[in-house]
Design a protein around this ligand. Structure first.
Ligand code: ADP
Ligand code: MG
Length: 696
């Protein structure tokens, strides 16, 4: 595989080659991720200033920017220190003043020689009844008037870099653009009326009016689409690479799963049945499975996963299920163990806590195939762990498991089928960005018999009353979670808040009634505290967000969330999903710190209005922006520089279809359009993807 095409070299050269950028500015820019001419081009103007020429400032409604030709009149240097330097000027219809503070007279004499004509541009203001421009943005000899564009782009600035420097740098970067063959589907391009890449770049850096700055301007849309297409091509290549890997066909016989289903006290929902059979189809096929199981909290993903695991056991293989925390891994073990036993299947747990001989024994059993299903934390993927015949890896609750991690898991060599489960209902555009390489099964139906959770907002000023009510509910036999504020991104700080609350509640409700779990606790203590709560010994469990995902205690019917205003909506929804699992009516109390702003209140009210995770996630996206919804850093979603996942949501789906079709027709990217698409991948620095292009 050859490297970056030569045609792109100038765009990947040194920043200092650009006008206006010296070594010092180059260093500053590099600090903010602008390291080459291409990055300058990808930095689009945020706004623009109208500098079209007018004959006079007379009609201008001050304060506002105007650009006029003037005759320079008398200079009035300041009579006392600290006063401004004034220059009298006349345009076609009226006279006004140019005002300078701390200016050097000789410099101004040169800039504005009395008796000559100059083009000036700046903000016209009225001061003491006189029109003036303080420190004009531009003063130029009339012959150089073209240097002031009629509509001047305004770039995002970084310390020490001026608009003028950005303007110059972009102009010279534009000059470095090569002619590139088109990678966009011609029909799509025609339908959307998009310019070619170079023309689009020229247009976005030469806006003519405010409308050109809109994300829906054709040039901007095209460049945004380029980013989306490159991303979707990467995902499509990853998908194709996975599908190329020969999987092992594990044909489920249903011998075991039928026994388990018969032993269950309930029937699977239609959605569960559908997902189970979609997965069974993948397992039976000789292709490698790469599937996402998406379902809101409480939709019953665990059963679906277990049926899949039994499927590979029936076919003579092994399965592994990875949970993000120790608590969850243990809970899976406890929930699944009785089911496994009823079918004579050996289920074991492996976490970071397994050490010494106990661990060695488990590893040996695993290597010899005496363990059928392994449940655990990240520990199950450690290097020295060898399976006898691993066929399926289930990754639970991993909204923190990004595209590149999946690529790595795929690269582990074995043709393991992968099932990723997520409870984060994310908007479709984000789902496509994050999981576009996967096939998707959705659990869009909840098991019957759930009572809706009553959600209420209350100010922390009423804390005493809140605690009193909780105390009362507890004496009636109810159980509650009390989630403590996320003070900072640090478990240590969270812990202090949780410990503090624990002590206070204990003081009110008595010894032994209140339990505590947080991430800093020794694991054994954490388990013990969890176990006491599950057994109903403790009635209130004070916790940090470690209980966020997956934890299941059906008798708990009250969820108190302190400082709810500091949590993301999706997270609050997840937390609330911990209750409402049993038959009893459940309550969720969102305790906020007053005063709560307009948006803050609106956010919490959405939770009161709906339990529909998808609606909540759409609202969350609209209010916070894509990056925050899932936490860009962890999500595996690239930071798009031009594309905007809210405004261009529809384009993501188009890009996915287009990318998959292109690869289907031209798997090795050899046609003209395929070659152009390769260039796009290089341009967008999708180097990992390029390695995935199949050879021959
Ligand atoms: P999640 O999708 O959040 O992981 P779980 O798999 O933990 O959900 O299931 C939540 C609860 O619902 C568990 O107690 C589980 O036993 C129960 N459950 C799962 N499927 C059904 C069903 N079809 N009918 C009734 N209860 C079910
Ligand atoms: Mg779960």
């Amino acid at each position: 595989m050859s490297g970056r095409p030569e045609i792109l070299f100038p765009l990947f050269g040194a920043l200092t080659k650009l006008d206006g950028i010296g070594p010092k500015s180059a260093q500053t820019l590099e600090g903010v991720g602008i390291a080459k001419p291409l990055d300058i081009l990808m930095t689009l103007p945020l706004s623009g200033v109208d500098r079209h020429r007018r004959a006079s400032i007379r009609e201008v409604v001050a304060p506002s920017v105007a650009t006029v030709e003037v005759m320079v009149g008398e200079h009035h240097p300041p009579r006392t220190r600290g006063r401004p330097y004034r220059v009298h000027v006349e345009d076609a219809e009226t006279s006004f003043q140019l005002v300078f503070f701390h200016a050097r007279g000789d410099y101004l004499q040169k800039l504005l020689p009395t008796g000559q004509r100059r083009l000036v541009s700046g903000k016209v203001e009225i001061f003491d009844g006189i029109a003036q421009i303080v420190h004009p943005d531009h003063v130029l000899p009339v012959a150089e008037a073209e240097d002031i564009p009629a509509f001047e782009p305004v770039y995002p600035l970084h310390a020490g870099i001026t608009q003028k420097a950005m303007w110059k740098a972009t102009r010279s970067a534009l000059g470095l653009m090569p002619d590139l063959a088109e990678w966009i589907d011609p029909a799509l391009k025609a339908r959307e009326n998009w310019p070619c890449w170079t023309a689009a770049m020229q247009a976005v850096h030469h806006p003519q009016a405010t409308s050109d700055l809109s994300p829906h301007a054709p040039a901007r849309e095209r460049l945004a689409y380029d980013e989306l297409l490159a991303h979707q091509l990467t995902l499509a290549l990853a998908r194709a690479a996975t599908r190329r890997t020969k999987g092992i066909a594990s044909v489920p016989t249903r011998v075991l799963s039928d026994q388990v289903l018969a032993a269950l006290p309930y029937k699977p929902t239609n959605a569960q049945t559908r997902a189970i059979s979609e997965i069974a189809g993948d397992l039976a096929a000789p292709l490698r499975m790469n599937r996402l199981l998406q379902g809101d909290v409480g939709s019953g993903k665990t059963l679906v996963a277990f049926m899949a695991l039994l499927g590979v056991v029936e076919a003579g293989g092994q399965g592994v299920m990875m949970a993000p925390t120790e608590i969850l891994a243990r809970q899976h073990l406890d929930g699944l163990q009785p089911l496994a036993e009823s079918a004579g299947v050996v289920l074991e747990i492996l976490t970071g806590r397994d050490k010494g001989t106990a661990r060695t024994t488990k590893l040996a059993a695993l290597a010899e195939g005496r363990i059928n299903i392994l449940v655990g934390t990240h520990a199950v993927f450690q290097k020295d762990i060898v399976f006898n015949d691993l066929r399926l890896a289930v990754i639970d609750e991993q909204h923190r498991f990004g595209v590149s991690q999946r690529m790595e898991l795929g690269a582990k060599g074995q043709a393991v089928d992968v099932l990723v489960m997520t409870a984060t209902p994310i908007p479709r555009s984000l789902a496509l960005a994050q999981y576009g390489d996967m096939d998707v099964s959705v659990l869009d139906e909840k098991p019957p018999g759930r009572t809706p959770v009553q959600t209420a907002l209350v100010s922390s000023a009423r804390m005493d009353e809140v605690v009193e009510k909780l105390h009362h509910a507890v004496t009636e036999g109810r159980q509650a979670y009390w989630v403590c504020p996320l003070v900072e991104e640090s478990e240590v700080v969270d812990m202090t808040a949780a410990e503090e609350r624990f002590k206070r509640l204990r003081a009110v409700m008595g010894e032994g009634v209140v339990g505590l779990v947080h991430g800093q606790m020794p694991p054994a203590e954490k388990d013990a505290a969890m176990a006491r709560f599950v057994a109903g010994e403790t009635k209130v469990l004070v916790a940090t967000t470690v209980i966020e995902v997956g934890v299941n205690v059906p008798n708990a019917s009250i969820m108190m969330i302190e400082h709810a205003d500091r949590f993301g909506l999706a997270q609050l929804h997840q937390l609330r999903g911990r209750v409402g699992r049993g038959a009893a009516a459940s309550t969720c109390l969102l305790i906020y710190q007053a005063p709560l702003g307009e948006t803050g209140r609106r956010r919490l009210e959405i939770l009161r209005e709906t339990e529909d995770g998808f609606r909540i996630s759409e609202e969350d996206l609209a209010m916070r922006g894509a990056g925050d919804v899932i936490g860009t850093a962890q999500s595996g979603i690239p930071r798009f520089r031009i594309a905007d996942l809210e405004r261009q949501a529809g384009q993501m789906a188009v890009a996915q279809t287009d990318a998959r079709r292109l690869l289907n027709d031209d798997p090795t990217l050899e046609t003209d359009r395929g070659k152009a698409a390769r260039t796009l991948l290089w341009l967008m620095e999708q180097d990992k993807a390029i390695l995935l292009i199949s050879v021959g």
